[in-house]
Design a protein around this ligand. Structure first.
Ligand code: HEM
Length: 534
């Protein structure tokens, strides 16, 4: 950073004034009125009371007083960067999405990485899931792939989302702990939610203390659909694979780093991009049809399950390069609004209940957080393709319909029209059944993939999981909760359960937790899951 020559003038009370010289921009109010003195309020006499007539002071303070907006209800701490996505080959056979039609096509992108539980000012190396949210500004509108660095989630039904988030956040009576899951409320909820066991295995693994954002995978988690020109559907799971491979720190390192530099991950991404060392990921897809979905061991709509990579090999379809930091952190990284329901024509949703719930939640939360229905007018959220509609007015409207017509059909020959051929069409899914509040039986096996994940880990990685469980549960004061967790672990791996119980001083082993469906021993450990490079 260059330090320029300073031309300062001394005022009446010895204060310094930086006065504009020829060719320099003049300080103005928000209304454009040039300001003569930015060091002193308007007073009655040199030592007298302030005057309410001081519009410059009033406006400056008013604006400052309103600088904060609500932080995100989850994923509050995040860091973003610009870049582009480059398509490898045409996927026209599977999808009519414009972004996948032409090899070499480059699409502008913005990515925000985040932790989930901590507040905006929390530290980077928390043991936590990392958000991996990608906004792709395609020629047919924005596609937001709002993923995490873990391929599964805690819960199967969105109605439980407020509960899981409340349980991990600071406890309401005491206001702590900040930014970590090692407390009674969290483990109480988890121990009463068997469907979270697969996710818990991943969270206790090295995946949740990544060395840097540049060494993380990203997962869309849910099953989505690709639709081609004939509206034929192919199921798809999306995975981002880092070119640098995967790396994590160990817990002792994480604790030290948090103390020494709470911005460690931010600084890492900033330094790399400023140095021209642009991080890169490949977008991979796991494609499958209805026959596979019907024959797979688990329900492909269940977000607590994954499809092992040796069962369906992920195919690289393009690369994401991050090559530019935002000019302004607030304008871009804070105000970016990701929404799972932002999909272009050719990409569609499955009936994964969690995805359906998310599609409702994100629009709702953006209105609260950004404060106006016109948050899509902000440059970071606005599409980079032509867009026309009849939405009008509201707070901070920067785009209004042009001309007389603000409705359609109209007789004035004005305004945009619908286009059945090019517009977004939903898959004509056949659904039937009674209107019920019921979890599908096909969602009932909560332990098999947790067991599969644990057994896929190397001995060192398994030890890290045992140590993480020991550390976390040792912070839980209620002994019944510790025992409930050990009872779940017995359904995952007996040696792990015994080790954790011994470490916690539990003398009498509890009975294994009741499992709605017996965990399956016949599942092969999934080799591709064990790719942490030490
Ligand atoms: C952020 C809701 C599940 C990934 C958020 C936010 C809400 C939310 C309200 C704050 C958004 C904002 O203020 O901008 C939900 C609900 C879920 C759910 C209701 C389940 C029912 C998931 C899952 C994933 C995920 C399964 C990963 C696949 C993210 C990410 C962000 C986020 C990455 C941060 C986006 C950013 O960087 O701005 N979620 N979420 N969420 N969620 Fe979810």
């Amino acid at each position: 950073t260059t330090v320029h020559d300073l031309t300062l003038q001394r005022g009446n009370g010895g204060e310094l004034h930086q006065v504009a010289e020829e060719g320099q921009p003049v300080l103005t109010t928000a209304h454009g009125v040039p300001v003569a003195d930015d060091q002193n309020t308007l007073k009655y006499g040199e030592r007298g009371p302030a005057l309410i007539e001081d519009f410059h002071f009033r406006e400056k303070m008013f604006h400052f007083d309103h600088e904060r907006i609500p932080e995100r209800v989850v994923h509050a701490r995040g860091y973003g960067a610009h870049g582009y996505f480059e398509t490898y080959d045409s996927l026209a056979e599977f999808t009519r999405a414009d972004i996948f039609q032409r090899a070499g096509e480059k699409t502008p992108a913005f990515v925000r990485f985040s932790t989930v539980a901590g507040s905006k000012g929390s530290f980077d190396l928390a043991r936590d899931v990392r958000g991996f949210a990608v906004k792709l500004y395609t020629k047919e509108g924005n596609w937001d792939l709002v993923g995490n660095n873990i391929p599964v989630f805690f819960i199967q039904d969105p109605i439980k989302f407020p509960d899981v988030v409340h349980s991990v956040k600071p406890e309401p009576d005491r206001g702590f702990p900040q930014a970590q899951s090692a407390h009674d409320n969290f483990w109480d909820f988890i121990s009463l939610t068997p469907e979270s066991m697969h996710m818990i295995m991943w969270i206790m693994s090295d995946r949740t203390i990544p060395r840097s954002f540049r060494f993380m995978e990203g997962f869309g988690v849910h099953t989505f659909r690709l639709l081609n020109e004939n509206d034929e559907s192919t199921f798809v799971k999306f995975i981002w694979k880092p070119k640098l491979g995967l790396q994590s720190v160990v817990w002792n390192e994480a604790v030290k780093i948090n103390g020494a530099d709470p911005d460690f991950h931010r600084r890492d991404l900033w330094d790399a991009i400023q140095a021209g060392d642009f991080p890169e990921w490949e977008l991979c897809v796991q494609l499958f049809d209805q026959d596979f979905a019907d024959s797979f061991d688990f329900d492909v709509l269940d977000p607590t399950k994954l499809i092992p990579e040796e069962v369906i090999k992920p195919i690289p379809v393009g690369r994401l390069v991050l090559d530019r930091m935002p000019d302004n952190f607030f304008a871009e990284t804070e105000q970016v609004a990701f929404m799972t329901q932002n999909v272009p024509p050719g990409i569609d949703f499955s009936n994964d209940p969690l995805l359906q719930g998310r599609n409702f939640s994100y629009l709702d939360t953006q209105l609260k957080r950004l404060g106006s229905t016109n948050f899509t007018h902000l440059p970071i959220n606005a599409p980079k393709c032509p867009m026309h509609n009849f939405q009008q007015d509201g707070h901070m409207a920067m785009r209004n319909p042009v001309g007389r017509a603000n409705y359609q059909p109209n007789s004035w020959g004005e305004g945009p029209r619908e286009d059945p051929k090019r517009g977004h069409r939903s898959y004509r899914d056949e659904v039937e059944g009674p209107k019920v509040r019921l979890r599908a039986e096909s969602f009932a096996d909560h332990y098999s993939q947790a067991r599969q994940f644990y057994s896929s880990q190397t001995a060192v990685e398994q030890k890290h999981i045992a140590m993480a469980l020991t550390f976390e549960l040792s912070k839980v004061e209620t002994l019944a909760i510790r025992e409930r967790m050990v009872a779940h672990l017995l359904n995952i791996d007996e040696a792990l359960a015994t080790m954790v119980a011994e470490n916690l001083g539990i003398r009498e082993m509890p009975e294994a937790a009741d499992a709605a469906v017996s965990p399956r021993d016949d599942l092969e450990p999934s080799a591709a899951l064990s790719i942490i490079q030490n």
